[in-house]
Structures are given as structure tokens and as C-alpha cells.
Design a protein around this ligand. Structure first.
Ligand code: G4P
Length: 527
């Protein structure tokens, strides 16, 4: 039997992130093909919220239901057990993605070479930077006429506040794309339109060799030499430690749909990506090698079948060995719980497992005991830090349409917001409930689910609020005074933290300027 050290050394847990349409699904699928986890191209598509479904939330929920099975995709490659945690591409579910990012050890960021850095990429990278998550960049769609690669790298550095280091370099792009030169291996990978096969056309070519001229043509060979000289002059040598500490992101170029550049990416990932890492709790840093099991819930997925209210909680194992049927301590509720049917997501089929190791994600059936961020231990009182909430963008007050069903409504809203569908703020006096989301879709989802799962009817009243900022102060009296003065502009989040609800950026700035003793935080995660 292998030791826990060996199990940890084998695991790599990461997420692929991108702005929708950059090629995340395609790249995921190609990686799974390499790992033999799927046999045919197209198999991952069902995991994707289709573009045509953007206005039909029930369709989206259905698709999200299907995607539970593929929320974690595990495959083996080079003797490693690789877990890809899927993140929904749809903007309205961005919060889901932020939370998933707390459960990974590294990410691969996909950029469309035509569009460059897009809006959602910036938000996602903000989350990665909060935890110094190591990032590998894959610049995709090189078969299309894209931007100049140096310009793309500059854009990455500026917009994402991220230092980059190319490890492969494209020879041309678009219709004349010839392939990529691997700067460390000194090999030229020749591009072929190749949608299914996985073999490569590779040649070991020194930059100053005549053979390079023969293979790619003198003009392109000279351009490549010039580019490489510039790269060596501008960028520091690649250093794994800098990547692991989130300081530098290596960059690869390719074309996922043509299966090109994917193998180099995967090989590099296997060599440099981090093993399950140590994690911060409210008490101390927990090392994965520790004997005792600890883990946290980063995602909860409701059963979309209204007859079954049970949910699936996704547990990330952080240390020790998780065992089936053993009692663990639920630190927030201060009670012991155990799970008789925990399952893994291996081969996309649910499979009951007896044990789990750091890096693993385990599905637990939940009847309402879990909230996102909950921690399980063998008794130690600690909570994993850092499941951030971001300021929502749309705020609506929830109005109960059936006074006889207030209790159901209350319970439904509590549970749905525990799941992380949206954020709940309570306004006093009157216990008014304000729901904040990043997309309109969630309001429809909540309204539908309240009615069908909890039998409660509601309607929404749009609020003027556009920003929510968590407020703190060194001086509790000043904070109380601010809260008193602002009255209805103050709400309380689920953990009873005060939040300032601002109608505009201008109003927020004014309040900031006028109240230097109050700190305004745009995420719930602050020190
Ligand atoms: P996402 O998950 O990031 O949203 O993107 P997805 O992989 O679905 O890719 C978005 C579109 O980009 C797809 O086309 C996909 O085929 C295409 N694509 C992915 N990689 C490449 C590439 O290297 N080169 C080119 N030219 N296109 C690429 P679609 O038309 O939206 O879907 P489909 O009908 O082709 O599946």
C-alpha cells in the first residue's frame, strides 16, 4: 500500500479559466483525451452551458445538473492523478468560479489570441492573485489571425498585473501559422490542422542551424531568431520557484481545437505544477502531510429534481486521509458528522470511495448541514480561510407574496444563499431581505426554486444599489456611529457583518473621503 506521501506526490488539482469562448472546454477535452479519460472529441460539450441557452435559465439549470458529474474530471497521465475542477463559463455564475479557485493548487488561463485579455479574465485573475495561485497561460487559436505575440504578452502583464515568461514561441499566426518553437527544448513543433489525432510533428532544431531555414523558410527562421533574442533580452530566465509563488506565469501558444500545443502544455504542467499545497486557516497553516484529516466545502450543488431536496457538497481534502464512515468534526456547527457514501468523480461516473487524500475532491450527500466554506476536521477547531464574497452588481429586495409561507421563504432564502446562488443582506428595521447577484439570471433561479422547492412565492423590487462594501474600523464607536447615521444604507451579510450599500461609485467615494476612520472593503475577505 502506498503511503500518504506517495499519494500526495501523485496529485495535481487545478482549474482552467478563461473568458467565455476562449477555448476552455476545448482544451479540457483535449487534456482528457491525452489522459484517456474520454475516447471521443465532443464528450465534454455537455458540460458547457450552451450559448443558445443564455435566456432560458431552466435549461441552464438542467445543464448545470448534468455538469455535476463532470464538475471534477480526473485522469492519469505520467503516473500523476490529475484533477481538473470545472468552472462555469457563464458570467452570471462567476461566483461559483471564484469559489472553485479556492480549492485548486494552480490554474491554466486560456487567452484567445484574437481578443487578448477580456473582462472576465481580469476578475478571475484578481482572485488568483489574492492567493498567489500559480498560473500557466495558454494563448489559444493561433490558427487565427491574432494580435502580435509581444503585444499580447504586454497586455497580459499590464491588465493582469502578472509577469510572464514565454516557453514556446509561435512562428507566424493565422493562415501562415507554422508552429511553435519550444524555447527550453529547442524543438520546433510543426502545425497541422488535426482535430482528433494526438501525435506531433516535431524536429530538434537549433536556432542557428541551416535546417531551420530549410524547414520554415529563411524569412520566418530569421524572424524567429530575432524574436528569441528579444525574448532573452526582455524576460528573465524561467524559474520554477517564481512560478510556484505566483510571481511569474509561463506562457504557451497553441490551437486547442487542432490539438496543437496541448501536449507541451500538459508535459510542462506535469513537471512544474504544484503538489497539493499547505493552506491557511483562521488558526494556523495546515500542511497536507499532517496525519489528521482536514478539508473544506467549496461548492454545494442542489438537486434539480424538486422531489429530492438533498444536495451535493464538494469537499476538498487538505490534509491527512479522509475515510468513509468515520466521524468528523463540523467546526462551524460544533458537531460530529459522518458520511456513508462519499464519492469520487473518477471517470465522470460517481463511484463510492473508502478514502481520499490531499488534493482530492469528494462528493458528499448533504441534507442542509453545509454552507460554503465549512470545515471538517478530526476535532481541531479551525476554519479554512478564504472563500471570498465579492460585491454583487445587481440588488433586489425580496417581497413575500404569501404571508402564510413566510417560514418557507425564510428557510429557502437561507439555504439557497448558503449554496452560494446569491448573497443575502438584511436591512433593519423591518428585517428586509436584499439579494445581491452578479447576473440577472440568479433572480429567476431563486424565484423558481423558492416556488418549486419551498412552496413560497416572491417578487423582486429593483434597488438603486450598485455596490456593497464590507465596513470595518479600528474604533468600534466610530463604526457604530457610521452605521447609525447611514440607516437604511447599511445591510448585514449572512455572518452579520455590516455592509455599506452604495448607489454609485461617486457616493461610495464621497463616503470614503468623508469617513477616513472607516475602511471599505470590496470583498468579504480582508485582514
Ligand atoms: P469556452 O469553453 O472557453 O467557452 O470555449 P470553447 O472551448 O467552447 O470554444 C469556443 C469556440 O472556439 C468553439 O467554436 C471552439 O471550437 C473554438 N476554438 C477552440 N479552440 C480553437 C482554436 O484553437 N482555433 C479556432 N479557430 N477555434 C477554436 P464554436 O463554433 O463556438 O463551437 P463548435 O461548434 O466549434 O464546437
Amino acid at each position: 500500500m502506498s503511503t500518504i506521501q506517495e499519494e500526495i506526490a501523485k496529485r495535481r488539482t487545478f482549474a482552467i479559466i478563461s473568458h467565455p469562448d476562449a477555448g476552455k472546454t476545448t482544451l479540457t477535452e483535449k487534456l482528457l483525451l491525452f489522459g484517456g479519460a474520454i475516447q471521443t472529441a465532443g464528450a465534454v460539450k455537455s458540460n458547457k452551458i450552451k450559448k443558445t441557452a443564455t435566456s432560458d435559465f431552466m435549461e441552464i439549470e438542467k445543464q448545470r445538473g448534468i455538469s455535476v458529474a463532470t464538475s471534477v474530471m480526473t485522469f492519469e497521465y505520467n503516473n500523476l492523478l490529475i484533477n481538473i475542477l470545472d468552472t462555469p463559463g457563464h458570467k452570471d455564475f462567476a461566483e461559483d468560479t471564484y469559489r472553485t479557485l479556492t480549492a485548486v493548487d494552480s490554474v491554466i488561463l486560456v487567452i484567445d489570441c484574437v481578443k487578448g485579455v477580456e473582462e472576465q479574465t481580469e476578475r478571475l485573475m484578481e482572485v488568483c492573485r489574492m492567493r498567489d495561485t500559480p498560473v500557466i497561460v495558454f494563448i489559444n487559436k493561433m490558427d487565427r489571425e491574432g494580435q502580435n505575440p509581444f503585444d499580447l504578452l504586454d497586455e497580459l502583464e499590464q491588465k493582469l498585473n502578472l509577469k510572464v515568461r514565454p516557453l514556446t514561441w509561435p512562428v507566424n499566426g493565422g493562415a501562415t501559422f507554422k508552429g511553435v518553437y519550444h524555447l527550453l527544448e529547442k524543438q520546433m513543433y510543426f502545425f497541422k490542422v488535426n482535430k482528433t489525432k494526438v501525435e506531433d510533428d516535431v524536429a530538434l532544431l537549433e536556432l542557428d542551424s541551416e535546417e531551420l531555414d530549410l524547414k520554415v523558410g529563411t524569412r520566418d527562421a530569421d524572424q524567429l531568431r530575432e524574436d528569441v533574442e528579444l525574448i532573452d533580452g526582455v524576460y528573465d530566465q524561467f524559474n520554477r520557484e517564481d512560478y510556484l509563488s505566483g510571481k511569474v506565469a509561463p506562457v504557451f501558444f497553441g490551437s486547442a481545437v487542432n490539438n496543437f500545443g496541448v501536449r507541451e502544455l500538459l508535459e510542462a504542467f506535469c513537471q512544474i505544477s504544484p503538489l497539493p499545497i499547505a493552506r491557511q486557516t483562521n488558526v494556523r497553516v495546515v500542511e497536507p502531510m499532517e496525519k489528521n484529516f482536514t478539508g473544506f466545502i467549496f461548492k454545494i450543488h442542489a438537486n434539480i429534481d424538486p422531489r429530492h431536496r438533498d444536495r451535493i457538497a464538494f469537499l476538498r481534502v487538505c490534509s491527512g486521509t479522509f475515510e468513509r464512515g468515520k466521524f468528523y468534526h463540523h467546526t462551524r456547527l460544533d458537531k460530529n458528522v459522518r458520511f456513508s457514501n462519499p464519492y469520487s468523480f473518477l471517470a465522470s461516473a460517481k463511484e463510492v470511495i473508502d478514502e481520499g487524500f490531499p488534493g482530492d475532491v469528494i462528493g458528499l450527500y448533504d441534507t442542509g448541514t453545509f454552507k460554503i466554506g465549512d470545515t471538517l476536521t478530526e476535532g481541531e477547531k479551525l476554519l479554512y480561510a478564504g472563500i471570498p464574497s465579492f460585491s454583487p452588481e445587481i440588488f433586489k429586495e425580496l417581497i413575500n407574496l404569501d404571508p402564510m409561507k413566510s417560514k418557507q421563504l425564510e428557510k429557502g432564502v437561507q439555504q439557497l444563499t448558503d449554496e452560494g446562488v446569491a448573497q443575502l443582506f438584511t436591512l433593519q428595521p423591518g428585517n428586509r431581505k436584499v439579494v445581491g447577484t452578479v447576473g440577472e439570471l440568479q433572480f429567476e433561479v431563486i424565484q423558481y426554486r423558492l416556488e418549486h422547492e419551498y412552496g413560497a412565492k416572491c417578487r423582486w423590487v429593483q434597488m438603486n444599489t450598485t455596490r456593497a462594501c464590507w465596513i470595518t474600523s479600528e474604533d468600534p464607536k466610530k463604526l457604530q456611529e457610521f452605521i447609525r447615521l447611514k440607516g437604511t444604507q447599511i445591510g448585514y451579510d449572512k455572518d452579520n457583518n455590516p455592509v455599506f450599500l452604495a448607489d454609485s461609485e461617486w457616493m461610495l467615494r464621497m463616503n470614503r473621503d468623508n469617513n477616513p476612520d472607516i475602511q471599505f472593503h470590496t470583498t468579504s475577505e480582508f485582514k
